[in-house]
Design a protein around this ligand. Sequence first.
Ligand code: SF4
Length: 395
Amino acid sequence: MTKVSQQSRDVPPVAEPPWLRPRALYVHIPFCAHKCGYCDFASIAGADDLADRYLDALDREMRRALKGDRPQVDTIFLGGGTPTRLDARQLDRLLARLRELVDLTPEGEWTVEANPGTLDEEKVRVLAAGGVNRVSLGAQSFQPSALKALERNHDPDDVPRAVDLIRRRFDRWSLDLIFGAPGTTLGQWSADLDRAIGLEPSHLSCYGLVYEKGTSLWKQWNAGAVQAVDEEVEHDMYALTIDRLVDAGLRHYEISNFARPGHESRHNLVYWANDAYYGFGLGATRYVDGVRASNTRDLLAYLRRIERGEEATGPTERLEPEERGRETAVLMLRRLELGIDREDFRRRCGLDLDDLCGESLARSVARGWLIDDGRRLKLSRSGLFLADTVMSDLL
Ligand code: SF4
């Protein structure tokens, strides 16, 4: 491992380094109607009676951390869980509190995650009136068999119904899809892409299914009760995704994300630049002043600790400059158009990219997985399919 001095030559100082001062805020709402088979998020079904108490705790946690500063942010993201599992009154209360605690810039992005089946006209009205300007809808699939395998609790027809409600008030909205659910074929995935394109979202996220340890689906797979889709088929599904969505006029701007120009997720771009962000709520991670910390994922522990006036923080780590540099390089490579800009990297990390990981980068360039134009390094088409290998070589 090459040792690199932190602040190397000719680096102009950055007034408010984006890796120290958050310009993005994440708030976690853990409630769900039902626990999906593949879900490893901090999400809980059957605890809706705790929602008001949770909102009180969230309020307390945010006030304590922000200390009355009312910081200006460029993005707010309400994720989960299912934020739209809250009723209209609770959503209204949460949005009002966030407007009070932070100052979203006039051009700022405010996203709420939603699930088909949890949206109605009243909630969509409350979201739009409360300042939300982007909705991310978890469709996952239009195939009844795939939804069943994933243990989702909605029907394919719930998706266009929800989209109809969203489109009336929002220009910016995204669909989440999952490919490679047990038993799905390339033809079914192709049909899913057609249905999604037909709904004309401004943004699409398409993720390959991951069998997360401990989930219901992982247990079934581990016991041999379900078969994972063949690796070659999964490769073809991803290739088809890229070709079909790019043909439909969406830009492939991140490994799993596609958007019409100007409709990229600005909030997620903060994560992929390894910039700082606030994070509040159950299991939420924050990255402030170079320290990454996550809250407990135990709902009752979270509530009790916050109610006692304590922090709900669990694992915490301060990243050393070299570690942060490597992590930043990996995250930046996820951005297909931006990649890693050597000068930008030097400004943000105070390190020379080639001193830090030049040998690993050169290996991937030689194999045709990375393209180096002298200024930027980006994943090539073949590198997209081997992104995990390219990235793990950098760490
Ligand atoms: S709706 Fe989302 S967060 Fe809730 S259980 Fe399903 S996958 Fe997890």
